[in-house]
Design a protein around this ligand. Structure first.
Ligand code: ADP
Length: 507
């Protein structure tokens, strides 16, 4: 690669594995960084230093050092000082900068406790966004691209466009804003504009304001040079009133700068042939006995009878309205008429946690629930289950269905967002052509979910066909390499846009 082709990319996110994680964003940010690094680009990841969480799992992390750098940001007339801890990810050139600010980030959780978001989330992530640019400047990173992710970093493109625009550190910097989930927008009351460091004149419907509130996701969309969503179908959905969550008009207006790129998965972590969380490994070439061992170990761990003939359904998810738990609840009694088992892992809305715990108490030999966040168990469910449930109301990309495909666990999904882009329904034609990989339904209704589960149970009784469908999914390429190349194309388009913007400003 020529040096001129090598981009200096700063990837800013509110979470990244192995340092912090509540959902897919954490996997995506680090896996994309790794794939870009492998393509020869220079990548720096910047995340908050949730110190308490980091120290809790210190033995699993690379050594983190204090850079000695300190900076102060005026937050609503009060100076708040932060620092930078840093590390390299082993076996890569990726530098990870952890923005430390103990009042904001040294907490038991990332965004909320007991179902309640932290009161000062706006201040925390305005501080983080502003810190990203301060640190880029002070550490002379001179980025070509600042890749922002979700509302927590939505302020960055706006700052880059305004007060940071003329600074030498950002002469050539373009911004890319990735929308991982439109349901979370970072909406706060108008007085919080004072936390952004932006001029009050930007509080208008074309820039930072939406329905009378400050909206940090809208801010990112308005100012970014390019916008991406995490699947092609979701890129279309966000331009509709149903999928745009109030920002569809703006996104339609910016549709020339909007592209959907399906996430990949980190195949070094999610690989049934080498996964250290599993009691046995397996591959598309040799599925058994490994997968069977994983199934009976999972049944044992979850307290279910070790029956290899009973189809075992798994679900690993944030327990929220988005993920289709209401559908599962509505049709649970119908599903349990069949001789199936279901293993749930998740945490979130206490309504769903309580409901599933009751369901398990009432059906101890059929339903098992683990409430909490457990990386190892998530891997064991992906491997040990026969089918994976993902009946989401909406799903920008979704990672679990791709993990499932790779682990030979047939996903049951709704035809929306990234689920539509990654799972091919079992039909006679798709079976004949060897592309069927799972079960897909259209309407968000419990009868449709129940019928689809019943279709799966029926196919499970034809082991040869079932195995072929497993193999179809297991042999597909879900690695990040293709997606990373598409991001690089998007970065180059962002730089062109940035260049045009610079030319316009000079006229
Ligand atoms: P989302 O980002 O909307 O939560 P995704 O499917 O994109 O959904 O990603 C979810 C990620 O979080 C997956 O890696 C999944 O395995 C993981 N995950 C979700 N809940 C849990 C849990 N309770 N324990 C372990 N991992 C979980």
């Amino acid at each position: 690669m020529l040096t001129s082709d090598r981009l200096r990319i700063v990837l800013a996110a509110s979470e990244a594995v192995p340092f912090s994680k509540t959902g897919g964003l954490a996997d995506v940010s680090m896996a994309l960084a790794r794939a870009l690094d492998a393509l020869g680009h220079s990548v720096t990841v910047i995340v908050p230093d949730y110190r308490q969480l980091r120290l809790a799992k210190q033995d699993q992390l690379p050594v983190v050092t204090d850079s000695g750098l300190r900076f102060s940001i005026s937050m609503h007339g009060r100076y708040v000082t932060g620092g930078v801890n840093w590390t390299f990810l082993p076996e890569t050139g990726i530098k990870v900068l952890l923005i430390s600010q103990s009042d904001y980030f040294d907490r038991p959780q990332l965004y909320m406790e007991d179902g309640q978001g932290y009161q000062d989330n706006c201040a925390r992530f305005c501080f983080f966004s502003r810190a990203v640019l301060e640190v880029c400047q002070q550490m002379v990173l001179r980025p070509d691209i600042i890749h922002c992710n979700d509302w927590q970093t939505g302020l960055i493109p706006a700052l880059l466009h305004s007060q940071f625009a003329g600074r030498p550190a950002f002469e050539n910097a373009a911004s890319v804003m990735t929308l991982h989930n439109m349901a979370f927008q970072g909406r706060y009351w108008q007085p919080d504009m004072l936390l952004t460091g932006m001029d009050a004149r930007y509080f208008n419907m074309h820039h930072m304001e939406s329905w009378g509130d400050l909206n940090l996701l809208k801010t990112g969309i308005s100012f970014a040079d390019q916008i991406t969503t995490v699947s092609p179908t979701y890129a279309q959905e966000v331009c509709t009133p149903e999928g745009g969550e109030g920002l569809d008009t703006l996104l339609s207006y910016r549709s020339d700068d909007l592209v959907g790129i399906l996430n990949g998965i980190d195949t070094s972590i999610w690989n049934p042939a080498s996964d250290a969380h599993l009691p046995a490994v397996y591959s598309a070439k040799e599925i058994q006995p490994g997968k069977g061992v994983c199934k009976s170990a999972l049944q044992e761990r979850m307290g279910l009878p070790q029956r290899d003939r009973a189809p075992l359904f798994g679900m690993v998810s944030r327990m929220s309205d988005q993920k289709g738990f209401d559908l599962v609840a509505e049709c649970a009694s119908r599903l349990l008429l069949d001789d199936i088992q279901i293993a749930f892992l998740g945490t979130g809305d206490p309504r769903y946690e309580d409901y599933l715990q009751h369901l398990a108490i009432e059906n101890p030999s059929r339903v098992a629930v683990s409430i909490g966040f457990d990386e190892g168990l998530a891997h064991q469910i992906e491997a040990g289950a026969d089918c994976f449930l993902m009946p989401s109301r909406f799903e920008p990309c979704g990672l679990n269905q791709m993990y499932s495909l790779r682990y030979g666990t047939l996903p049951i999904v709704r035809r929306i967002g990234g689920l539509a882009d990654s799972v091919v329904d079992v039909q006679s034609e798709s079976l004949r052509t060897g592309v069927a990989t799972g079960f897909v339904f259209d309407d968000y209704t419990s009868p449709q979910l129940a019928e689809t589960v019943e279709r799966a149970v029926e196919l499970y009784r034809q082991p040869n066909v079932w195995e072929q469908v497993m193999k179809n999914g297991m042999s597909a390429d879900w690695s990040w390499q293709n997606s990373a190349r598409r991001y690089v194309e998007t970065y180059r388009r962002a730089l062109e846009r940035r260049h045009d913007r610079g030319a316009d400003n000079r006229q």
